[in-house]
Design a binder for this molecule. Structure first.
Ligand code: MD3
Ligand code: FE
Length: 214
């Protein structure tokens, strides 16, 4: 007999070559992940960075791990210290590292060892314009992204900024692994709609696990 609850488990949704959504994969551990996000941000508070072009980002960011990604007047880079504070980034919690490695392996990328975790916090109206992630040394390494809290419309484009983009809703607990040919696709997030989520309140959080250096 089909168990009534048997559908209430994560499922995999292929998006493109090298990209797969592990729907709800982090849902059962989301509260624990949010506690760790709070611990990281207590050490390195969320901060709206100013881009080299002088624009204040609508997304607030922090990082944990050996390296952190940030932007300032000098450009975009991974660094061992936060240029805003001169301090090293908080260490990456073991649970973060283990989750990212497990999901990468489920998507076919064995031995993924992230050295950086960028944490984005979206408030209503916050967005991320179409961009490519190519500040990492070895683009054969995937990126693993974990979405928590309010849903957001993700745009998944092609290899040039003007290419048509698919729209995909990313919801609480969804994990996406981006590797292979999808690694260099343009992508972005449409402005967040206001709401209150039981796990995150008025925000959406996105954790991206990266291998910045070989
Ligand atoms: C596709 N973050 O931090 S996660 C970013 O929801 C970023 O905060 C978005 O794009 C967010 O750089 C999207 C999904 C994602 C992350 C990295 C990718 C998609 C990607 C790298 C290559 C292709
Ligand atoms: Fe990105």
């Amino acid at each position: 007999m089909l168990d009534f609850f048997s559908e209430d488990v994560p499922w995999a949704e292929p998006l493109a070559e090298g990209a797969v959504i592990l729907r709800r994969r982090a849902r059962d551990e989301a509260a624990g992940l949010m506690t760790l996000v709070s611990e990281v941000s207590a050490q390195n508070p969320f901060h709206h960075r100013i881009t080299p072009g002088g624009h204040r980002m609508s997304v607030a960011m922090t990082n944990c791990g050996n390296f952190g990604w940030s932007t300032d007047a000098r450009g975009y880079q991974y660094s061992v210290q936060d240029s805003a504070t001169g301090k090293r980034w908080p260490p990456m919690p073991e649970r973060f590292r283990a989750l990212a490695a497990a999901c990468a392996a489920e998507a076919g990328f064995e031995h993924f060892q992230p050295d950086a975790c960028l944490i984005n916090r979206y408030e209503p109206g916050a967005k991320m314009s179409l961009h490519q992630d190519k500040d990492e040394e070895d683009l054969r390494q995937p990126i693993v992204s974990v979405s928590l809290g309010l849903p957001a419309v993700f745009q998944f484009g092609g290899f040039e900024r003007g290419d048509a983009a698919q729209r995909v809703l990313l919801e609480h607990g969804d994990i996406v692994v981006w590797g292979g040919p999808s690694r260099l696709r343009f992508h972005g997030i449409l402005p967040l709609k206001p709401g209150i989520h039981p796990a995150t309140g008025a925000f959406r959080y996105n954790l991206t696990f990266r291998r910045a250096f070989r």
